[in-house]
Design a protein around this ligand. Structure first.
Ligand code: ATP
Ligand code: MG
Length: 353
C-alpha cells in the first residue's frame, strides 16, 4: 500500500493487499490506512507513531479483515520518494504461518525441556538406587564375613577376637539403619509429615556438645574451633533440628578436609537471626557441581573416593527451611568451603504448621 503520510489515506494498493485485507482495490484507495488495519492494538499505534517521526517501523500486529476475521501481519513502514514529495510504503505480510511455526517450535522446546527434566529425574533416581545398593553392599559384606568367621572359627577364638567381630556386625548394622532412617526422614519431610518442637535452648552449649560429638566420632585429627559473638539468652528453637544440621555440616567439613587442618564453627547473632558458619580448609566443591549440592544423592565429582550417600545436605536443607531459615555456601576447590545457616532466634509455633 502507498499511503499519504499527511492524510493517512491509501493512494495505491496492489492485488496482494486485496487478498490479505479482503477489500477490493477500488475500495482500498482513498480509505484511511489506520482504519483499514482495524487494529486497536497498541503496536499499530506505536508503529504509526514511529513512522510519523520519519523512521523505519516494523511491527507484528493483529488486524481485522473486511469479513471480520482476524489475521496477524508483519507490517513495515518506509518512506519513499513519490512525485515531488514523499509517501509511505506500507508492506503487509501474512505472518500466521510464521507464527504457527514459531508456536510449534516453542511447544517442541517446552516438551523437550520437560523430557529432559524427566530424564534427569530418572537418572537421579537410578543413581540413588545404585548408590544406596552400593552403600548397603559394603556394610552387608562386612556383616556377612564377620558372621561367617564367627560361625566357622568362633569356638577357637579368643574372647577379644570374638567381641571384635560382634562389634563390627553391630557397627555396620547401625550404619545401615542410619542410612535407612535418612531416606525415610527425607521422604517424611518432603511429604510434609514432620513437625518442629521448638523450646528455649542454650545455643552455646548446643554448639559445644555437637563439636564434642564430632571430635569423638571422627575429628581427632582435626583442629575443631568454636567462637561466638552476641547475646544468646533468649533463643527459642528446635534443638534437635539445629543439632542435626550442625552435626551434618561439621561432619562434612571434617570428612572433606585433610587431617591436621582446622574446622571452625562460628556463631553470631544478627538481630533476630542466628548465623552459624562452618568453615573448612578442604577439597572444596567444584563450581559446576555447586548448583546441585542440595539435591538428594548428588555428590561432587571430587568426593567420589570418600564414602557418603549424598543425603546429608538434602536433609539439612529441608530442616533449615522447615525452621524458617536459609542455607548457603561459598567454596573453592583446594581451598575450602564455608557453609552459612541463618535461622530465626524465636521460632513461631504457628510457622511450623
Ligand atoms: P552423607 O549422606 O553420608 O552425608 P555425603 O557427605 O556425600 O554423604 P552430603 O552431606 O549431602 O552427602 O554432601 C553432598 C556432597 O557435597 C558431598 O558428596 C560432597 O561432594 C559435597 N560436600 C559437602 N560438604 C562439603 C565440604 N565441606 N567440602 C567439600 N565438599 C562438600
Ligand atoms: Mg555428608
Amino acid at each position: 500500500l502507498i499511503i499519504d503520510p499527511a492524510t493517512d489515506l491509501v493512494l495505491e494498493a496492489n492485488a496482494a493487499s486485496e487478498t490479505l485485507l479482503g477489500y477490493p482495490t477500488q475500495q482500498l484507495v482513498g480509505t484511511s490506512f489506520t482504519k483499514l488495519l482495524n487494529s486497536d492494538s497498541a503496536q499499530a499505534a506505536d508503529a504509526l507513531m514511529l513512522h510519523s517521526a520519519q523512521m523505519l517501523a516494523f511491527s507484528t500486529l493483529p488486524i481485522r479483515r473486511s469479513d471480520g476475521a482476524h489475521a496477524i501481519v508483519d507490517l513495515t513502514l518506509t518512506t519513499i520518494p513519490w512525485m515531488q514529495d514523499h509517501v509511505t510504503l506500507a508492506t503487509l505480510r501474512d505472518a500466521s504461518d510464521r507464527l504457527d511455526l514459531e508456536a510449534e517450535r516453542i511447544r517442541t522446546e517446552v516438551l523437550q525441556a520437560e523430557m529432559n527434566k524427566e530424564r534427569e529425574l530418572v537418572n537421579l533416581k537410578s543413581r540413588f538406587v545404585s548408590t544406596v545398593s552400593h552403600e548397603f553392599r559394603t556394610p552387608l559384606s562386612v556383616i556377612l564375613s564377620s558372621s561367617d568367621i564367627l560361625t566357622r572359627y568362633g569356638e577357637k577364638m579368643t574372647h577379644e577376637r570374638h567381641q571384635e567381630h560382634i562389634d563390627r556386625i553391630r557397627g555396620h548394622a547401625m550404619l545401615m539403619t542410619e542410612m535407612l532412617n535418612d531416606v525415610l526422614t527425607l521422604n517424611k519431610m518432603q511429604s510434609g509429615a514432620w513437625q518442629l518442637q521448638p523450646g528455649p535452648v542454650d545455643v552455646i552449649r548446643l554448639c559445644e556438645s555437637v563439636l564434642e560429638q564430632v571430635r569423638i566420632s571422627r575429628g581427632e585429627h582435626h583442629v575443631l574451633q568454636f567462637s561466638y559473638q552476641g547475646d544468646f539468652a533468649d533463643i527459642v528453637i528446635d534443638d534437635k533440628v539445629i543439632q542435626h544440621v550442625l552435626l551434618n555440616l561439621l561432619t562434612n567439613a571434617v570428612k572433606y578436609s585433610p587431617s591436621g587442618s582446622s574446622v571452625d564453627l562460628r556463631l553470631r547473632r544478627e538481630g533476630e537471626t542466628l548465623l552459624f558458619e562452618i568453615q573448612d580448609r578442604g577439597i572444596g566443591i567444584p563450581e559446576e557441581d555447586q548448583a546441585r549440592m542440595f539435591e538428594p544423592f548428588y555428590r561432587a565429582v571430587n568426593a567420589a573416593d570418600i564414602e557418603g550417600t549424598g543425603l546429608g545436605l538434602a536433609i539439612v536443607k529441608e530442616k533449615v527451611l522447615l525452621h524458617g531459615g536459609e542455607i548457603s555456601f561459598v567454596s573453592r576447590v583446594g581451598e575450602g568451603t564455608t557453609f552459612r545457616v541463618r535461622i530465626p532466634c524465636h521460632h513461631q509455633l504457628n510457622d511450623a504448621n
